[in-house]
Design a protein around this ligand. Structure first.
Ligand code: FEO
Length: 392
């Protein structure tokens, strides 16, 4: 088993083949479920378990290390890709106590049907001695469930952060060896999972800065031997800073919307505005989500189906609404045949966004000269808004 430091081992599993998470999130690079074993001079602690589909790997790793007892199973987060093997671990190590906060305990009882007497709860800031090593628990709520917390191994200055700072990356490298590639994976993870909780994450980052951290060991993806890499990236992502970029997500049935989108995008590019364009008929929603982390503006393109948005565009709007990016401006372009309430429905679908709604452009049938002029005006308006915001 691979050690992070003496007596601290990775005992998790790499899932090279998984392609979807929660039947929602694409995993183009697989993922890993990271468990860590800490052998203190007096006590042994397991940091999180892993997805139930990989419990055999965890068991095998513990057997390989000769682990004949575990005193504490630290549970940072109740979601089953980290907690789902706790029940089987408790069968193998029946004297182990599940150490977590009261909220996580209650969730684990609901989700896994564990018994209350199998737990030992800890308060925010409380420590747990393993002999020559000491774990300090730090409540970090809403990364990305209400009960989430981290633990800090004081003597080795390792932060075990669970989902926080994670990335869905399957890699044979225990430690980050490709910083740009890892950051891209981590940004995808942030966009899809953490972004709705930007304000809480800012508070958690401030809280964690109280400790001197030499290494961050998340529950997905490689370990960060240089914590500033991911902490600085998170500080940027959760800040209010946006870029001179427009994310355009569209779908087209009979080419009207496509023509309008391509005209708008060309106008924006000619004005020096960056664009990320996605066809919703074949999009990787992870890439779409990543582009919303920094984009100052989002434009949805859709034809009218019956009287509302195309379902693919409605799905994109619903997803963006759920992810709550810090986008400042939103608009819609598209077409209709005989009638429609598409624009009003999009406004309703994206009601969470604290963004200014910019006058949309909706053509009847194929766009005419007037529609193209309106698209030029929309591009100019977006450019002007970006300029007023100091982005150009
Ligand atoms: Fe990796 Fe929220 O579970």
């Amino acid at each position: 088993m691979r050690p992070l430091k003496p007596n601290i081992f990775f005992v998790g599993a790499i899932d090279w083949d998984r392609r979807m998470f929660d039947e929602l999130i694409p995993l183009p690079d697989g993922t890993s479920y990271n468990s860590y074993l800490i052998k203190g001079s007096q006590k042994v602690a397991l940091i999180d378990t892993l997805d139930p589909s990989r419990v055999d790997t965890l068991m095998g790793n513990l057997v390989s290390l000769g682990v004949d007892h575990i005193d504490y199973i630290i549970s940072h987060h109740a979601e089953q890709d980290h907690s789902g093997s706790i029940g089987e671990l408790l069968i193998l190590y029946p004297k182990a106590k599940v150490v977590t906060n009261p909220k996580c305990r209650d969730m684990l009882i609901d989700l896994l049907h564990l018994e209350a007497d199998q737990f030992q709860t800890v308060e925010d800031g409380q420590t747990l001695s393993l002999g020559d090593k000491t774990l300090k628990f730090v409540y970090t709520p809403w990364v990305h469930w209400p009960e989430t917390m981290c633990s800090y191994l004081e003597e080795d200055r390792i932060l075990f952060s669970c989902d926080f700072f994670g990335s869905h990356l399957a890699t044979s490298s225990l430690f980050v060896d490709d910083e740009p590639g890892t950051l891209q994976g981590a940004k995808r993870y942030y966009a899809e999972i953490m972004m709705p909780f930007r304000n809480q994450i800012q508070k958690n980052l401030d809280k964690l800065s109280a400790d001197s951290i030499d290494m961050i060991a998340p529950s997905h993806g490689p370990v960060y031997p240089r914590p500033a890499l991911i902490m600085d990236a998170y500080r940027d992502w959760v800040s209010d800073r946006v870029k001179n970029e427009v994310m355009v997500a569209y779908v087209s049935m009979h080419d009207s919307t496509r023509r309008m989108v391509e005209h708008l995008v060309t106008e924006l590019m000619d004005k020096g505005v960056g664009v990320k364009q996605f066809n919703l008929a074949s999009v990787d929603i992870g890439k779409l989500a990543i582009s919303t982390v920094d984009a100052a503006t989002i434009v949805i393109g859709s034809p009218t189906v019956l009287v509302g948005p195309h379902p693919a565009a409605a799905y994109a709007a619903l997803l963006i609404n759920a992810l709550r990016p810090k986008t400042r401006f939103v608009s819609v372009v598209g077409s209709f045949g005989w009638a429609g309430k598409m624009v009003d429905q999009f406004k309703g679908l994206m009601a969470n966004l604290k963004a200014e709604f910019v006058e949309p452009v909706v053509a009847k049938g194929h766009p005419r000269d007037e529609d193209y002029h309106n698209l030029d005006a929309l591009a100019t308006r977006i450019y002007d808004l970006h300029k007023q915001a100091g982005l150009t």
